[in-house]
Design a protein around this ligand. Structure first.
Ligand code: ARG
Ligand code: GLU
Length: 678
């Protein structure tokens, strides 16, 4: 945002922006940025009332909605609407972070760095010098700050933030609206998902951040967004303001090849195995369905994204595009007499990515299987600290994790996952030079493990934990779950982690030099903007349909009609609430219909977004909220490594549909009243 004036204002104006970039981001005056929130560290949310009301995605609040749900009060299925502030539900650990300001500190940092430093010394120096800059900057304890690299570490910015930690759930539609189409429709256009939920920030009586307390009051924001009910049409200027996590626009062709031909296929196959097992278990039992809903969604999400990314790179000939660029680069450095400086960049990339391949693959197997999916391994490993130290405080820390772990645990599902995934792990990685020792020394069957391990059974481990620490330590150290975990985790730590990150460090150096070289040698090749790095970021484009493949073209907007077309009574993905059907039959859309009398649901635009942009406001040329970002269209999920405006589209819920659901479906008119509509 702080670079907008200099880099983008002229173009934005020519595309239709009607406010100034100062209205979007300003250090000194109130601006739209004061309404944008980093939500729980992974999503975006925005303030939409003077009483701290937050709008974000249903899938961003999913964990919270789930954690308040039980078989009796299944808010995932029925939705949840607090009827007044006293019914709003608190969420331990959930945060809302505002950006106070950002400032460039490139020269203050670079002055301490030299090209002959090792990359890890460099990082340490950045950290140390950054910390002292932060110390100078923040005189009271109120704000926090961090230093982030931009343009691969060619520039640095300090980002000063304020974090609130009493954030309460206000409302969520039922999943049949908020997650309509579920995984079948995820990453897809045409889409009909009302992917939104509402939260509220609470502060102490002085409007400052405070831990949850009954005495806290709704936060009074510096700015809240105005919501426009004017809707959108093709060609409209569009902006997304939020906290995208990571893009890699400047990767060399070898990297894109490795990602799409080696790493993605392996991860896709692992997740496919896991998802099949979980799906069958969830369909067979409501208890398992609730416990695994969130885990399933998160595994399914990137599974499908990677498939789209691979297809997109292939169909758009993304690798060839990179190779063409590299050829122009080679030619240009010769013409410009810069071979001494930049001539070895591309061959070093080749070399490093070759060295990385086996390690990166081994790392992905470890992370996907032992770290993320088979829970008994991860959970057993969480006791390892206590087992090695025998310290009381480590035992306490482990004890604290038990309730949370078993709350969403189903031992049968985990056992099936263990069997299938460890077999796959062994088959695929057993003969690799990075194979874990567990495979050669394997003594435990799943049968034995799940029967004998304390980590498989809540009662068993709770009983054991009543014993004295010495005995607990002795027992757990021999536990089959722990033996497997320590074999896998120990191997990862000792033989993969260090070498992998050493190579990544070397690649960081290259990335920094390559981007600098590209900008210098081929300045007109493209507009060079920094990759996303989880900091506040603005992207702009146009509302528009898309024709991603020959003879296929998509419109820019979907309507309630389309939801009715997709409706499958009783289906867990495509069922609809009766009330929504009734409203459809009666055409009872209140003031929220489009000019053609139809109720809009979602629309698409050419904004370059990524993970973390979920919950970001879609703003029109006046800076009013017209939609809520939540996804990308499948044909364009390659945008993380190769954005292409002719194929890539982000997907937003239309603001009018959100208002319609709150007002006409949930009758939560008091929420509409606190918003500012125009
Ligand atoms: N694809 C969107 C994003 O990356 C939405 C994810 C919601 N999860 C799901 N499995 N439907 O976050
Ligand atoms: N759904 C994504 C998220 O959770 C945003 C969409 C995307 O990755 O484009 O952040």
């Amino acid at each position: 945002p702080m670079l907008l004036k200099q880099l983008n204002e002229v173009e934005m104006m020519s595309m239709g922006l009607e406010i100034s970039t100062e209205d979007i981001y300003s250090i000194n005056n109130g601006s739209l940025k004061d309404a944008i929130v980093h939500f729980g560290g992974g999503c975006t949310a925005e303030v939409i009332s003077s009483q701290g009301l937050l709008l974000t995605n249903h899938h961003c609040g999913y964990g919270q909605i789930q954690s308040h749900s039980s078989l009796e009060n299944d808010y995932l299925s029925t939705g949840f609407w607090a009827e007044n502030k006293s019914q709003e539900l608190s969420n331990k650990g959930l945060t809302a972070t505002f950006i106070k300001y950002m400032k460039e500190v490139t020269s203050e940092i670079l002055i301490h760095l030299s090209t002959d430093m090792t990359e890890s010394d460099r990082k340490e120096m950045v950290k140390m010098k950054g910390d002292s800059l932060i110390l100078l900057e923040l005189d009271d304890g109120h704000f926090e700050a961090s230093i982030k690299p931009f343009f691969k570490g060619n520039r640095y910015f300090m980002i000063v933030t304020e974090t609130f930690n009493d954030v309460r759930l206000v409302g969520a539609p039922p999943s049949s609206i908020g997650k309509f189409g579920s995984d079948t429709d995820n990453w897809m256009w045409p889409r009909h998902t009302g992917d939104f939920s509402l939260f509220r920030i609470y502060a102490d009586k002085d409007n400052n951040p405070a831990e949850y307390s009954e005495d806290n009051i709704p936060y009074k924001p510096h700015r809240h967004l105005t919501i426009s009910t004017d809707g959108v049409k093709p060609g409209d200027f569009s902006m997304i303001y939020g906290f995208p996590g990571r893009t890699d626009e400047y990767l060399p062709s070898v990297a894109v090849k490795q990602i799409t031909q080696v790493l993605n296929p392996a991860k896709i196959a692992i997740r496919e195995t896991a998802l099949e097992i979980m799906d069958a278990q969830m369909r067979a039992s409501d208890d398992v369905r609730i416990k695994y809903a969130s885990k399933y969604a998160s595994i399914a999400n990137y599974y499908k994204k990677w498939i789209g990314e691979n297809t997109g790179i292939q169909k758009s000939r993304g690798i060839k595009r990179k190779v063409d660029l590299e050829n122009s680069f080679r030619k240009a450095i010769i013409e410009q007499g810069k071979s001494a400086e930049y001539g070895s960049l591309l061959s070093t990339y080749e070399d490093l990515y070759n060295q990385l391949e086996g390690l990166a693959l081994a790392r992905d197997y470890f992370i996907e299987i032992a770290y993320r999916t088979v829970e008994i391994i991860k959970f057993s490993n969480s006791s390892s600290r206590f087992i090695s130290t025998g310290q009381k405080k480590d035992l306490e820390a482990f004890k604290k994790s038990i309730t949370g772990h078993f709350k969403n645990y189903d031992v049968t599902t985990d056992k099936l996952l263990f069997e299938a995934l460890l077999e796959k792990y062994e088959n695929d990685q057993g003969s690799s030079k990075y194979a874990p020792p567990y495979f050669s020394e394997k003594v435990y069957s799943a049968e034995h493990l799940f029967e004998k391990s304390f980590f498989a059974d809540k009662k068993k481990i709770e009983t054991l934990l009543k014993a004295n620490p010495k005995k607990i330590q002795r027992k757990l150290a021999k536990d089959p779950g722990y033996l497997i975990a320590s074999s896998l985790y120990g191997h990862y730590r000792n033989t993969i982690y260090r070498d992998y990150w050493a190579l990544e460090d070397s690649l960081d150096v290259l990335d920094r030099n390559y981007l600098k070289a590209l900008m210098e040698v081929l300045p007109d090749y493209r507009k060079y903007y920094p990759d996303a790095n989880s900091s506040l970021r603005l992207t702009y484009g146009q509302v528009n349909g898309v024709s991603p493949l020959d003879a296929i073209s998509y419109g820019h907007v979907t309507y309630l009609e389309g939801m009715i077309e997709k409706y499958i009574p009783g289906d867990y993905e495509f069922d609809l609430p009766t009330k929504l059907i009734d409203l459809f039959e009666a055409k009872d859309f209140g003031p929220y219909a489009d000019d053609n009398g139809k109720l809009p649901i979602c629309f698409i635009a050419s904004n370059h977004t990524t993970g973390g942009n979920s919950g970001s406001p879609a703003l029109n040329s006046k800076g009013d909220l017209v939609g809520l970002n939540f996804d990308r269209a499948w044909e364009g999920t390659m945008s993380d490594i190769n954005y292409d405006s002719s194929r890539c589209r982000n997907i937003m819920v239309d603001a009018r549909y959100i208002l319609f659901i709150i007002d006409k479906f949930a009758n939560a008119t008091y929420l509409i009243e606190e918003m500012t509509l125009n």
